[in-house]
Write a protein of this length. Structure first.
Length: 494
């Protein structure tokens, strides 16, 4: 799997490289210049390089000198107006000036660049952008030219993916050494543009990391073709429990997704007193009692289970079904109202935290994660990796924190960030479909960590496939995602 490094790990790699004599600024600036040449092409229009006061600005000076050396018309907007600190940047600035390169101290309003290179602020930002820099960011975003961000778009928190007051909206981001969490999740996804990574030759200095990129190559390696001699008993049973009155559809969606994604048998224990006896659109599903659903297979609980209206009014699902479920020595997937029930019940919380007889998978969105952690949603979104890890540690569970750049976290401290998906997933029932896919892959024998990550990637890839066919992102339904997930799993062209 492709590694993701925290900022602390990035700094350690930089220090090891520096001790070896490697000049990472020279390498980074050269890589930026190569990328800029490809993006700017041969239009003859100038390239505007915005150089800030730190190491990111140093990379910008090196890139500017390299571009000028290959006869590109380059203007450097020297925002700080002070001598660079790094030796490589000093040499580059001197070479650029010696070649009569154009340097300005104000935004060159008359310039019509083919490309803007953003070297204003780097990965070290920890507070909101100060007003003078925020004004430069606004000018970059308003200029109309495509932007290449060096390492990270200025104003993006590279650790967490949040916007620190203002941020550059780049068309391309070239990040260095390794992928950073903050470029893969949260608000950063709307600012980074096309993301590429250059390790700058530091692979030998990178130790083992706990973070990884969840991508197609990783997931495809886990999915095996079926034997010609297979029968449905080889593919396990999924039992879905949920569907209180008015919310039966949520449980049905999860069950259909489990069926579409290969479970050998799918049972549905509906909570509603007036529950249907058969799903006429999907008669292969076995609609039964909750007790029957608890009796076999991987259990997916929570879709449409409903919430009690008050702390003094506890539903049958919370009072009897969940406690019985948590005692099972079989894999369980808790979603939606099962998670809310745990969050609001100290006894269920403790029971879940003590569950060690079989794997537990939790699939919260940020609001549900906030309830489980007794935080608010904003706090969860400010540190999505940290929140997912906290839930995994608290409940010794395999966790996905859903959202743009879903974060998977595991009890042993490992984590990954998903690369598939798009806004089409922001549709009612999408989470129910994901829970069903997780259950199906567990039932078919994938290890819990693999089943969760594969389901998350397939769920996102299904939405991507729908959008590629013109079905969304607006108006895509969860049922369509479920059917597309079947197509992704059966795609033999990969």
């Amino acid at each position: 799997m492709t590694p993701i490094l925290t900022l602390a790990e990035i700094r350690e790699v930089e220090a090891r490289a520096a001790r070896s004599g490697a000049d990472l600024m020279e390498r980074a600036g050269g890589a930026v210049a190569d990328k800029a040449r490809r993006l700017a092409a041969d239009t003859g229009a100038p390239i505007l390089v915005v150089a800030g006061p730190g190491n990111n600005g140093g990379d910008a000076w090196v890139a500017a000198a390299a571009l000028a050396a290959t006869f590109h018309r380059v203007t450097v907007f020297d925002v700080a107006g002070v001598a660079p600190r790094a030796a490589a940047a000093v040499r580059a600035k001197d070479a650029f000036l010696a070649a009569h390169g154009s340097v300005v101290r104000e935004w060159p309003a008359a310039l019509r660049p083919a490309l803007v290179v953003d070297g204003l602020l780097g990965i070290g930002i920890e507070r909101d952008v100060e007003p003078p820099f925020a004004a430069v960011i606004a000018r970059i975003n308003e200029c109309g030219a495509p932007v290449l961000a060096i390492d990270v778009p200025s104003g993006i928190d590279a650790a967490h993916g949040t916007v620190r007051g203002a941020a550059v909206r780049a068309a391309h981001t070239l990040t260095f050494i390794a992928h950073k969490p903050g470029l893969l999740t949260g608000a950063a996804l709307d600012c980074r543009g096309e993301l590429s990574c250059d390790a700058l030759g530091t692979e030998e200095f990178q130790g083992e990391t706990r973070g990884a990129l969840l991508d197609e190559a990783t997931v495809r390696a886990w999915l095996r073709p079926r034997s010609r001699n297979a029968h449905k008993g080889d593919f396990g049973t999924v039992s879905v429990i949920g569907g209180q009155r008015g919310m039966v559809g949520a449980a049905i969606l999860a069950a259909r997704a489990a069926l579409h994604c290969g479970a050998g048998k799918v049972r549905v224990g509906l909570l509603a007193s007036d529950a249907p006896a058969v799903d006429l659109a999907q008669p292969e599903l076995m609609l039964s009692s909750v007790d029957d659903a608890l009796a076999e297979g991987v259990v997916v609980a929570g879709p449409g289970a409903g919430q009690s209206p008050s702390a003094t009014s506890v539903s049958m699902f919370e009072r009897t079904v969940l406690p019985a479920l948590l005692h099972l020595a079989r894999p369980i997937v808790l979603d939606a109202d099962a998670l809310n029930a745990v969050a609001f019940s100290p006894s269920l919380d403790a029971q879940l935290a003590e569950r060690v007889r079989a794997p537990t998978i939790l699939t919260p969105h940020p609001g549900e994660a906030a309830r489980l952690l007794h935080r608010n949603t904003a706090q969860v979104n400010e540190d999505r990796v940290g929140a997912a890890m906290a839930i995994a540690q608290r409940f010794k569970a395999h966790v996905v924190l859903k959202g743009a750049g879903s974060v998977c976290a595991f009890p042993d401290g490992r984590w990954s960030i998903n690369t598939s998906g798009n806004p089409a997933l922001a549709t009612p029932g999408s989470g129910d479909v994901l829970a069903g896919i997780v259950g199906a892959l567990l039932a078919q024998g994938l290890e819990p960590a693999q089943a969760l990550q594969a389901a998350v990637w397939v769920h996102g890839a299904a939405a991507d496939a729908c959008v590629a066919r013109g079905m969304g992102p607006k108006g895509l339904t969860a049922s369509e995602i479920s059917l597309a997930a079947r197509g992704v799993l059966n795609d033999r062209s990969k």
